[in-house]
Every structure is written in structure tokens, then in C-alpha cells.
Design a protein around this ligand. Structure first.
Ligand code: PRP
Ligand code: MN
Ligand code: MG
Length: 181
């Protein structure tokens, strides 16, 4: 049988690495918010795994809402074009909003999303991302919670896709060249 993991060249973060980063992020977030309610805003679809694990690692009261935006299409490059595919159901007025992301690559998605959400009257807007690629940044954004900085390579797994696949891996790794060449 063809195991999905056989398309991976090398593993950047194991399942255990990821769960450790999530635990550390949750501890920092709980301490910073000191019992205030948090509205977690997950960015579909990549952030579903981080959201599910982070929400369960937090001890604060949280609610969850989702936005769908897209910048990649089906390729491996950021297009810089951000489209809203699904907006929030929640009114942000007076809320402490924490945007939850799987990865910040060029930063274009988050830069746009952060200012969009800030214009809706929240008490605060911060960002939590599992992964960040500092070398790929095209815009400067202030990201309070970063799980791990990684090199500028195309990675999949734990929510991250290539043409919608590989999101279900419980680790993060680079895709073997034979898959996309
Ligand atoms: C990916 C990733 C981030 C964004 C980062 O999402 O999940 O949301 O791109 O890229 P950027 O920093 O260059 O803007 P994608 O648009 O592929 O949608 P998806 O989450 O549905 O896979
Ligand atoms: Mn995404
Ligand atoms: Mg994607």
C-alpha cells in the first residue's frame, strides 16, 4: 500500500515536537491573558490542527470562530492575493481576539487579516502561529506567539497542504521532489 508519509523527504517537526510547541504556546497564552476570555480565530483550512490542539491545551475560557482566506491556490508559491471565502460569525466588538495560524510565509495573509480584524472594534488582536519562515517575509508583522521558526522550504503536514493533500499528517516535513515535478 502507498503510505502518504512516503511522499515526505525529511521531517522538520515530529508529532512530539509539535505537541511540545503547542504546550509551550498555551502556557504563555494562559499567563498573558490571565483568565480573560479569548476568541480564537482559526484561519481555514490550514489552522484546523493547531486550533484543535491549542484550544485543548489552554486553560482559559475560549470561544472559537473561523475565517477562510486563501493566498496560495494549489501551487507552492504565495500569490499575494488574499480572498475571503468565509467570514466570521462573531461580532468582535470588545473581544480579545487571537488569530490562530499554521504558518506565516510571506506574511501577506496575516498582515491583511490583522488589519481587517482590528477595524472591527476588538479589545485586542494578537497572532499565534505554529510555524514561521523568517526568510520568506515580504511584510513586517508583529507576531506575539511563534511555535518554531523554519527555513524557507515548502513544508506539508499538520494542516499544511500541497494541492489540498497531506494535511492529515501528524508531523511536518518537506515534500519529496517526485511529488510535484
Ligand atoms: C497558507 C497557510 C497560511 C498562509 C501563509 O494557507 O495556511 O494561511 O498560506 O502564507 P502567507 O504568509 O504567504 O500569506 P493557504 O492560503 O494555502 O490556504 P489553506 O490554509 O486552506 O491551505
Ligand atoms: Mn492557511
Ligand atoms: Mg494551502
Amino acid at each position: 500500500t502507498q503510505d502518504v508519509a512516503s511522499d515526505i523527504e525529511h521531517v522538520l517537526l515530529t508529532k512530539e515536537d509539535i505537541q511540545e510547541r503547542i504546550k509551550d504556546l498555551a502556557a504563555r497564552i494562559d499567563a498573558d491573558y490571565e483568565g480573560r476570555d479569548i476568541l480564537l480565530v482559526g484561519v481555514l483550512k490550514g489552522a484546523v490542527m493547531v486550533m484543535a490542539d491549542l484550544a485543548r491545551a489552554l486553560h482559559s475560557h475560549v470561544t472559537m470562530d473561523w475565517m477562510a482566506v486563501s493566498s496560495y491556490g494549489s501551487g507552492t508559491q504565495s500569490s499575494g492575493v488574499v480572498r475571503i471565502l468565509k467570514d466570521l460569525d462573531t461580532d468582535l466588538m470588545g473581544k480579545h481576539v487571537l488569530i490562530v495560524e499554521d504558518i506565516i510565509d510571506s506574511g501577506l495573509t496575516l498582515s491583511w487579516l490583522q488589519s481587517n480584524l482590528r477595524s472591527r472594534g476588538p479589545a485586542s488582536v494578537e497572532i499565534c502561529t505554529l510555524l514561521r519562515k523568517p526568510e520568506a517575509a515580504k511584510v513586517e508583522i508583529d507576531v506575539k506567539y511563534v511555535g518554531e521558526e523554519i527555513p524557507n522550504e515548502f513544508v506539508v503536514g499538520y494542516g499544511l497542504d500541497f494541492a489540498e493533500k497531506y494535511r492529515n499528517l501528524d508531523f511536518v516535513g518537506t515534500l519529496a521532489r517526485h511529488v510535484y515535478e
